[in-house]
Write a protein that binds this ligand. Structure first.
Ligand SMILES: Cc1cc2nc3c(=O)[nH]c(=O)nc-3n(C[C@H](O)[C@H](O)[C@H](O)COP(=O)(O)O)c2cc1C
Length: 198
């Protein structure tokens, strides 16, 4: 048996993994799958890096190109859903909620601190997903010669997505019996949980 008796303890186990995963590339929670949905109702999953979690683990941040499909989906009204899996802890967290852009001031500050190689993902000449005549990076042809200042143009494409968690589903696998709970929270309130069949 997993031994989880209190909802709050179970959530703290998941929240602790979020805190440890944020920005720590070696941690399994650092690389969740982010899913959005477009007007055709086809869910679109992709890997992203979990960059930050706020102090009460109700907001997740990831960086992205504002021209990407996910950004279009969000603009068209999609929420963002994340799934995390830690094989060491045997714990899955599905969670999500409404998602918007962090302030321009915050994006300015983060972008300024990105090294040149960290800006590549936002520096392609055309939007991510644009067809190319042959395999290529999509970066300006003189990318390698540029100094960091000459990559500042990528700031126009850089954005920080902030997801406010409104629902979550935590599953712990255990040979003696799996444990799962599901919960929701109002925009600025506390979680309400219930145990559910795993
Ligand atoms: C390991 C890994 C980490 C990634 N991290 C990010 C990320 O933090 N942000 C991001 O926008 N895309 C990231 N990507 C690329 C996305 O998976 C995806 O290809 C890209 O964002 C375009 O997605 P979209 O067209 O569905 O919007 C990552 C891909 C991999 C394989």
């Amino acid at each position: 048996m997993s031994g989880w008796i209190k909802h709050s303890d179970f959530w703290q186990a998941a929240a602790d993994l979020l805190r440890r995963g944020a920005g720590a590339s070696a941690h399994p929670f650092a690389l969740p799958t982010l899913c959005t949905v477009g007007p055709t109702c086809v869910p679109r999953p992709r890997k992203v890096v979990l960059r930050a979690v706020n102090s009460d683990t109700t907001m997740l941040r990831t960086y992205t190109d504002r021209r990407s499909v996910k950004a279009t989906h969000l603009k068209e009204g999609s929420e963002a859903s994340y799934v995390f899996w830690d094989p060491n802890q045997q714990l899955q967290l599905m969670t999500g909620g409404p998602t918007s852009w962090a302030s321009e001031e915050e994006a300015d500050a983060v972008f300024a601190g990105l090294p040149k190689h960290g800006r590549k993902a936002y520096a392609t000449e055309a939007a991510p997903g644009t067809p190319l005549p042959s395999p290529g990076s999509g970066l300006p042809p003189d990318w390698e010669e540029r100094d960091k200042e000459a990559t500042d143009f990528a700031r126009d494409h850089f954005g920080i997505l902030v997801t406010t968690l409104r629902w979550a589903d935590v599953l712990h696998l255990d040979r003696g019996g799996n444990t799962r709970m599901a919960g929701t929270r109002p925009l600025n309130g506390d979680w309400t949980w219930e145990w559910v069949v795993p």
